[in-house]
Write a protein that binds this ligand. Sequence first.
Ligand code: GDP
Length: 215
Amino acid sequence: MFAEPTATELEDGRLLFAKECTFIAGVASLDALPPSGSIEVAFAGRSNAGKSSLLNALTGRNRLARVSQTPGRTRQINFFDLDGRLTIADLPGYGFARASKKEAAEWNALMFDYLRGRPSLRRVMLLIDSRRGLMPADLKLMALMDEAAVSYQLVLTKTDKLSDEAVKAIGEKVRNEAARHGAAHPEILATSSQTGRGIEEMRAVLAALAGSKKS
Ligand code: GDP
């Protein structure tokens, strides 16, 4: 029921993510967006969904996502380049209980502008804590992406915290919900940054989106 890339796709993913991932820029407003270069994939999720951990597990580094944890920088989009083939956009986490109305409005405006105005954006990987499943804030973002016709894929995180049966059950539930959304990819990814589950598969999916390198 979860995505199963071919051996060739897995190898391509391994090769792409063996390359250096470099920080391009962190921006809090759309005026400052770096030019669209290579194909872009964005990572979104509620605060604490495990986004920093997953980005670090994918790139095999433990510094990559640290920038986004700097206080005061939580509302910005951080861009990274992977071998000139793929741009990774780390979107600010949402659903943080203590966020003020003003902060929530700023987040919404930034997301809306970004999702609408980024032609190089191929897919948003939407991270869902597997113990929690889809929460109202996730469904709101999904509705926004449906409306903006931005394709997205749901990714379960922290699956090591659940039994195999429970992961299957939540995967099925999330997949059924995805089927009701026009812009949602039908395949779900199940990951754990702790055990490495699904990391190779996710690299393969991202490499397939990146396509071959333009010279
Ligand atoms: P972010 O706010 O979405 O960037 O989330 P973080 O990556 O900072 O993770 C939030 C919390 O969940 C931290 O305490 C992590 O150690 C924990 N966490 C993240 N990924 C995993 C995972 O795969 N397994 C387990 N057991 N814990 C995780």
